[in-house]
Design a binder for this molecule. Structure first.
Ligand SMILES: [Zn+2]
Length: 262
């Protein structure tokens, strides 16, 4: 079923987050473990699963709830447009090929994600439009600038949102490099710039090094307790990024359900 994003403006939808066992290679290397990882998010109340490959999309579609959606995700190119490592024409072509492979597995929508240059995002959006008729969302990574509300390219959140909306995105969003606290400001700025649905995928707090391991400091309860401010700021879809476990999403789903009922 193709996803009409308008479904996400009535109540807040919960998405998934990345796990070690659901990485890019996992759908091929260990499909059962991959599916079990995604299943944990469904049990935690997630209605949206994201997959980075055709194999991943198929495995997610096998288990998704009838009321849920599987997004085929396109991440950033390994080559940087602004550094002239790739031309705009070549980037457009590369995106079209990547999206072409995803849509063979029939995702419900396309999500362009973790992009830190709006020029790349707009090209990728154009490629998706040319490759399919699905709804296309674009989620950017901010975290730079005074209030952490700029991309590394120095593009402000409101300006980026207006560019994406003008280029025909069906949904805008932000992911990675920010805790829930920081993402509240970004969602608020995005909401001032557009009426489109907004998705947000924060990390589980700040990153710390403990015993030579990178950890994210927020407990599921801390993470979820801040969700109402994200909803108040205008978020329609909330998922997770670095350090966010199914337990975080289960707590979040509970809190968000209370927000809907209120
Ligand atoms: Zn992250």
């Amino acid at each position: 079923m193709a996803w009409d994003w308008s479904d996400s403006t009535g109540s807040v939808l919960v998405a998934d987050s990345p796990l070690p066992e659901t990485n890019d290679r996992a759908p091929i290397e260990n499909p059962a473990l991959y599916q079990a990882g995604k299943q944990r998010f469904l049990q935690a109340g997630s209605r949206i699963l994201r997959a980075w490959s055709a194999e991943g999309i198929k495995l997610c579609k096998d288990i998704i709830l009838p009321t849920g959606f599987v997004c085929g995700v396109v991440g950033p190119s390994a080559k940087i447009l602004a550094m002239q490592e790739i031309t705009a024409d070549d980037l457009l072509e590369e995106c079209k090929q990547r999206i072409g492979r995803l849509i063979e597995a029939e995702p419900d929508a396309i999500l362009i994600q973790s992009i830190s240059d709006v020029e790349e995002a707009v090209l990728c959006l154009k490629a998706a439009r040319e490759a399919c008729k699905l709804k296309v969302g674009v989620s950017m990574t901010f975290g730079s600038g005074v209030e952490h509300a700029e991309t590394v390219m120095g593009q402000g959140c409101e300006e980026v949102t207006r560019r994406l909306a003008g280029a025909g995105a069906d949904l805008v969003g932000c992911d990675c490099g920010m805790a829930v606290d920081e993402s509240v400001l970004i969602v608020r700025l995005m909401r001032q710039a557009t009426r489109l649905p907004i998705a947000v995928f924060p990390d589980a707090g700040q990153r710390e090094l403990r015993d030579d391991k990178i950890v994210y400091v927020e407990t599921p309860q801390d993470f979820a307790s801040k969700a109402p401010s994200l909803v108040a700021a205008g978020a329609n879809i909330i998922g997770g990024c670095c350090g966010v476990s199914p337990d975080h999403m289960a707590c979040l789903a509970g809190v968000v359900g209370e927000c809907d009922a209120a």
